[in-house]
Design a protein around this ligand. Structure first.
Ligand code: BES
Ligand code: ZN
Length: 616
């Protein structure tokens, strides 16, 4: 009877609470220790956030209050992460208390210590962002698509949410949130939460994210936005001039969502929308729950770059449902996502198409290993980023070595078995975080041991470079591309139009990547005249061509176009290889001259990388 009563009480508690009680002891295990956060979750955690902010585009500040429900076991303090925030006052159970700010680490920022006692149920921090809010980019109208209104977006991953919200900024700690955001009347605010589809006449927007998420997934964008419907659960937010193009480009989003669910179980976030941001967005995409943030450079006009949407959508399972416990376990987010992305693309467009994508990924992986050094510890899946910026771990190792590891396991156990395993993995670990060690034992218990299968997991996870049993896909389409290029180089014969007219973006990418950088400059001239790569409207093709041209020397003929691209686009994946190529080819002068004009357009994440690259 006593047990029964307890069950009723605890169940009803769980039903009315937004975030169920989490045993704090789970945070004590050594392999879950997050070296990039000051929070001490085994003592006290935040469970729910009520965020109230006003966005002032004149002073470029967000001002307001972060109020949290907290959970603790008689702790005497709760610690939050902050970086470059102006803290005005702190309250506990609504009474002002003395807080302390400790440390000032260039990467992690500072620890905000708030004294609490046994009866403390909530904390509230009144604060303002400063010019040092690295997550936030305030854009002038000229930096947007329509050039009529200012814009703001945030980028939280990996440890930047603390620069605009005081929080326990660790991927192993989850909170639900509500927000009230006030913006100038002409603008619309959207978040990684429930969103409206039209402007509020008073500039006040309210949001609810019921599911508990790690703070790096809290995101905000403000601009002159409109909404366009794609399917029953999917849609696009974009500036007016971008909306129609975006709705067309992402026309297959609803199908992707259904295919993803067929693979690994129900989508648990209600809606899936995408916002197309201005071109300074430093990433291709960011999987903010319910609302992926995307670069406009994937709007190619022909839906050829939408594997990026499949990728961000896949994160709704790998990353947002099951989250890496620390940034050392980043491959659990990205490796699984690249694997899943490829499966969605295969389901949508067939195996030939997916094989081209995975082969391009394999090429990236080989380059990455060469760049990092085959013996580098940074080529291990499990990283050690203590004392470093977690951004250093954002390499193709996590993405591609991670995905290849999963493909290898798939090849050993068979697709059907592996799919059932993944579906179960996502379901049993949903809304939790996972460390590499925990994944290893989950894999052993739920897949390998019962089948008596032995694989070299240790070598994959803790070893450098690529193990011998790394699977490589084959693509007849790529073989045909290589043949055409070979014939052209040998005899000067331009490939048949009938052939190249049917090529997809991926075949063109393979074609450009396969050109020998030391080929005579004439080869570049002839190809550019014939195919206009320099003026390609496809950002991937243009960027690959510019990079190859820089390595060749042909770029001197097309410097204005490269400069225009680098000033316009802030996506780090494009900037790094181009500036690096200029540097490697002893033209640091051109690199620096372009950067001097372009830097003001970049988000802090891209600025940081280019500052280091161009100063070395
Ligand atoms: N979550 C990442 C972006 C990210 C990672 C931001 C680490 C900050 C720190 C996102 O899902 C991603 O991987 N984006 C890729 C695209 C993808 C298709 C490989 C990108 O932006 O290039
Ligand atoms: Zn990703």
């Amino acid at each position: 009877m006593k047990h029964f009563l307890f069950l009723i009480i605890s169940c009803s508690f769980m039903m009315c609470s937004t975030a169920p009680e989490t045993p704090l002891s789970q945070y004590s295990s050594k392999d879950r220790k997050d070296t990039h956060s000051f929070a001490e979750p085994s003592k006290a955690i935040c469970t729910h956030l009520d965020l109230t902010l006003k966005a002032d585009f004149k002073s470029k500040t967000l001002t307001g209050t972060a109020r949290y429900d907290i959970q603790h076991d008689n702790a005497d303090e709760i610690i939050l992460d902050i970086k470059g925030l102006d803290i005005a006052s702190v309250r506990v159970n609504n009474a002002v208390v003395e807080h302390t700010v400790k440390g000032n680490d260039p990467i992690k920022g500072s620890a905000l210590h708030i004294p609490i006692s046994a009866d403390s149920k909530s904390i509230a921090i009144d604060y303002s962002t400063t010019a040092d809010a690295e997550a936030v980019q305030w854009l002038d109208p000229i930096q947007t698509a329509d050039k009529t209104h200012p814009f703001l977006f945030t980028q939280g991953q990996a440890i930047l949410t603390r620069t605009w919200i005081p929080c326990q900024d660790s991927p192993g700690i989850r909170i639900s949130y509500n927000a009230e955001i006030e913006v100038p009347e002409a603008l619309m605010a959207v978040m990684s939460a429930s969103n409206t589809t039209s402007k509020a006449p008073n500039g006040k927007y309210t949001f609810e994210m019921k599911q508990a998420i790690p703070p790096y997934l809290i995101a905000l964008a403000i601009g002159n936005l409109e909404f366009g419907k794609v399917g029953a659960r999917t849609g696009v937010y974009a500036e007016p001039s971008m909306l129609e193009k975006s709705v067309y480009e992402f026309g297959e989003m609803e199908k992707m969502l259904v295919l993803a669910e067929e693979l690994y179980g129900p989508y648990l976030w209600d809606r899936y929308d995408v916002i197309v941001l201005p071109p300074s967005f430093p990433f291709g995409g960011m999987e903010n729950p319910r609302l992926t943030f995307a670069t406009p450079t994937i709007i190619a006009g022909d839906r050829s770059l939408t594997s990026l949407i499949a990728h961000e959508l896949a994160h709704s399972w790998s990353g947002n449902l099951v989250t890496n416990a620390t940034w050392d376990d980043f491959w659990l987010n990205e490796g699984f996502t690249v694997y899943f992305e490829n499966r969605i693309m295969e389901a949508l467009y067939g195996k030939e198409y997916a094989d081209m994508l995975s082969l391009l990924g394999h090429q990236d992986l080989e380059h990455e290993i060469k760049d990092l050094g085959a013996h580098s510890h940074d080529t291990h899946l499990k990283l050690n980023l203590a004392g470093r910026n977690p951004d250093d771990g954002m390499t193709d190792i996590a993405y591609e070595k991670g995905a290849h590891f999963l493909r290898m396991i798939e090849s050993k156990v068979g697709r059907e078995t592996f799919d059932a395993f993944l579906k179960k993995y996502f379901n049993e670990n949903k809304f939790k975080s996972m460390s590499t060690t925990e994944f290893e034992s989950y894999l052993a218990k739920n897949l390998l041991e019962e089948r008596g299968i032995e694989i070299n997991t240790d070598e994959w996870i803790y070893g450098a470079g690529l193990p011998e049993n790394c699977p490589v896909s084959r693509s007849d389409k790529f073989v045909s591309v290589e043949k055409s290029l070979g014939a052209f180089i040998e005899t000067g014969a331009i490939p048949d139009d009938a052939l190249t007219d049917a090529w997809t973006t991926h075949e063109w990418l393979h074609f450009i990547r396969s050109i020998d950088k030391d080929a005579p400059m004439d080869v570049f001239k002839v190809l550019d005249t014939k195919y206009s790569f320099t003026h390609s409207g496809n950002s991937e093709i243009a960027a690959a061509w510019y990079e190859k041209s820089i390595h060749n020397g042909y770029y001197k003929n097309i410097t204005p176009e490269i400069e225009r691209f680098l000033i316009q686009v802030g996506r780090r994946k494009f900037l790094t290889p181009l500036y690096r190529a200029l540097k490697e080819n002893k033209d640091l002068e051109t690199a620096k001259a372009i950067y001097a004009k372009a830097r003001q357009n970049y988000h802090s994440v891209s600025k940081q990388t280019m500052d280091v690259l161009l100063s070395e």
